[in-house]
Write a protein that binds this ligand. Structure first.
Ligand code: PRP
Ligand code: URA
Ligand code: MG
Length: 209
């Protein structure tokens, strides 16, 4: 479908903070989760509601609205996707989690799969795929291929920073998905890193460099 770059001031402020060269692991982690939370709020704006009657505080029935049983699975792409997961789960605490393990080969930039474990009845669930970085798009396309192979029909993608090259590749391979991003940056460098970008998000979240 399309990409929505969310211009909300809190989102723009927080993604700006994440770009600082000297950001600590603690701050990077906290901001990744906060942005995961805010992007979830945006990406779930159109979830269906239903009317319900409950007993109110003074023992009389009142009419309320509640989510219409939409089943959701959150799909973090290992490792870096885990860095957004707590923020997403704060808003959708009963969501099932499906995990996809992929790393990008540094030479070819192609995704190398090493793990997958999907929630039950995934064909009945809306998938929210989370990964801070959408660079060449290889990891995301591989994840969407896996989800669709398991019958998943409705997929939304939450990323912190997207490169135009990756957005184009994902929407070409999977035109039915919607991408929600805090930023769409300028381009990829010769090593497949996003410019200006965030650097290596996995390393920053896990403190491995
Ligand atoms: O769009 P692509 O070109 O595929 O690149 C994006 C992928 O690269 C990063 O993961 P990485 O492979 O570094 O693994 P990690 O999360 O374990 O650090 C990032 O978190 C994405 O999953
Ligand atoms: O810019 C990039 C590209 C891929 N993976 C990252 O962590 N950062
Ligand atoms: Mg990854």
């Amino acid at each position: 479908m399309t990409i929505h770059v969310i211009k909300h001031p809190l989102i723009q402020h927080k993604i700006g903070l994440m770009r600082a060269a000297d950001i600590s692991t603690k701050d990077f982690r906290e901001l990744a989760n906060e942005l995961g939370n805010l992007l979830t709020y945006e990406a779930t704006q159109d979830l269906e509601l239903e009317d319900a009657e409950i007993e109110g505080w003074n023992n009389s029935p009142i009419n309320v609205q509640r989510l219409k049983g939409k089943k959701i699975t959150i799909v973090p792409i290992l490792r870096a996707g885990l860095g957004m997961m707590d923020g997403v789960l704060q808003l959708i605490p009963s969501a099932k989690v499906s995990v996809v393990g992929l790393y990008r080969d540094e030479e070819t930039l192609e995704p190398v799969p090493y793990y997958e474990k999907f929630a039950g009845n995934i064909d009945e669930r809306m998938a929210l795929v989370i990964d801070p970085m959408l660079a060449t798009g290889g990891s995301m396309v591989a994840t969407l291929d896996m989800l669709k192979k398991h019958g998943c029909k409705e997929i939304r993608i939450l990323v912190l920073v997207a490169a135009p090259e990756g957005v184009k590749r994902v929407l070409k391979a999977h035109p039915d998905v919607t991408i929600y991003a805090a930023a769409q940056d300028e381009r990829l460098n010769e090593h497949g890193y996003i410019l200006p970008g965030l650097g290596d998000a996995g390393d920053k979240i896990f403190g491995t460099k």
